[in-house]
Design a protein around this ligand. Sequence first.
Ligand SMILES: *Cc1c(COP(=O)(O)O)cnc(C)c1O
Length: 369
Amino acid sequence: MENKAITVTSPLLPTLDDFIPMLKDIWNRKWLTNNGCYHKELEKALAEYLGVKYISLFTNGTLPLITALQAMRITGEVITTPYSFVATTHSLWWNGIKPVFVDIEEESGNIDPQKIESAITPHTTAIMPVHVYGTPCHTKEIQEIADKYGLKVIYDAAHAFGVKVNGESILNQGDMATLSFHATKVYNTVEGGALICRDEATKKRIDYLKNFGFAGETEVIAPGINSKMDELRAAYGLLNLRQVDDAIAKRKHVADLYRKELKNTAGIRFLKDLEGVRHNYSYFPIFIDEQIYGTSRDALYEKLKEHNIFGRRYFYPLISEFSTYRGLESARPENLPVAHKLAASVLCLPMFADLTDADVERILSVVKK
Ligand SMILES: *Cc1c(COP(=O)(O)O)cnc(C)c1O
């Protein structure tokens, strides 16, 4: 067992014994998708758990991004971050929008509000920031800029399930926020996602758009997509919701262990808990200063692999380095020095609820040399 593989993440799974009766119920009712009863129940339960008013469930976490832009008729240019999962920028591409990359803050990895204004042009219509690793963006500063220039704000909150600032859900910031319930995330429905909006009329529009644009039996209001969550995954999601707080508490325990042990390791920086923030410990990124640590990020990544431990270099390469986006003016490395620095130095250590203290010790023994 000493050498069993430790992956960067491991999915939170409901107990099969709890799931089977729900499957039987679905089989009996023969209602598999299209706003079924488990779907309705999960929407209600998630709205309550997350502390949001209007939420629509999706079949993954990418389609709510695409649909948010469509719902608000965003066009032209959107300011965003290169330091994220590629789906963030892909959602702009799918809407024919030009992404404009703005550099990030070294401290958090989130978009730097100080650098947003100079990227605004007459074509800018919105800002799409990401709460990277679940750390809240500077939402107040971002909103002030948006209000000044009349821009919409859509938060990619894929990492920020359950994150609160002074008791208020981070998902209530901006015009809309999206979640991913992919298997690798803090809370999963196997594949899945959600779009959070601010009023009933908008939710209605979103619900049309995720069902081909159908508004009733015979009317189609727009070229919508098919992105409905089915009953099996909604039922599974209800079960996982019951245990997600426990999973977050276990993740916190892992984060505390890492922090305690790495505090005195020279050349390694990690994220700390912020005052007033309920974190979800979705990732445990460390940032390596090669000069001080004495080993490069990639060398540590490979060394961990030799010990059957699999970290991930989130987010390397930057989105701005992929061929689709590399040619953009804003993708030039000189425009994004901090993002390049973090992408070159980051390594996400394994982080999931079932990670044992012994696993963490095994990982730390390699990291601490
Ligand atoms: C996971 C993720 C997504 C996409 O979610 P899927 O459910 O995999 O489609 C979008 N943005 C970020 C930042 C993510 O980490």
